[in-house]
Design a protein around this ligand. Sequence first.
Ligand code: DGY
Length: 321
Amino acid sequence: MSKKAVVLVTRKLPDAVEARLERDYDARFNSADRVYTSDELVEFSAGADAIIPCHTEKLTAAVIERLPDSVRAICSFSVGFDHIDLDAAKARGIIVTNTPDVLSDATAEIAMLLILGAARRAHEGEQQIRTATWSDWSAIGGLGIQVTGKRLGILGMGRVGQILAKRARGFDMQIHYHNRSRLSPDIEAGAIYHGSVEQLLPQCDFLSLHCPATPETERLMNAERLGLLPDGAILVNTARGAIVDDDALIEALRSGKLFAAGLDVFNNEPDIDPRYKALDNTFLLPHIGSATRETRDAMGFRALDNLDAITAGREPPDRLA
Ligand code: DGY
């Protein structure tokens, strides 16, 4: 019998995923689900053939350079890969994979929830009930912005953006988008393409971010670009916090330039900028875009499909490096 490959699993994963890992691999689990430091990542990788990290593990060039030679693959339990330095992995001949497609529906659901929650001031209403400060129904209290029929701008019309567009059409929203390349008319399904971010922004009553975090998109939503949104617009982010300049967004929320923001992702999670929590016009979630039972199982199985291919000497389906 051939020896099972050794796999470092950096976070606690769903039961079904850990059961498959246990069956097929010599897996090192993290049952306490503690986020490892960089030093621990390197130390616990000793003798491992592969690592299954989440986006919480920062596999920077410095960390990858220190990984033991035994590590041949990093199969991330995530679609995003801004936590992994692909060039450093390539330089060391380490294969890197992610889990595209399987979390698009769940993430689009959270984007829709943020749109609705931010527009209808869900957090303030919830708080009134929970703190027993709801005095009575009022004809003029708790007024939000109606979502139905408004213009939704989608920045990054990939898998999640396309599903969000479908869901938003159920609210009769008019879809505008910017993407690196224009989609074919059948996929566009009537959505209006704008050739630049700057052209898109003035058309958005709502703006939803769906581009990856890269050096090009870091702080893309800065003061200048937020200023191009119509007054009273709503911004939602389910992509990555790095796309937003926190100072600029907080100022736009404080000044009333924006009516509200719905955020599921932040810079420096989980120690996010405390000013967001002090604002009434924010609807905040703790990075739960992909957090459904179905999706987290599917992400784990997808990561394992990639690992299975690599250990069998085949090309993995979702290779990044
Ligand atoms: C992803 O898969 O990138 C999600 O943000 C969760 O990590």
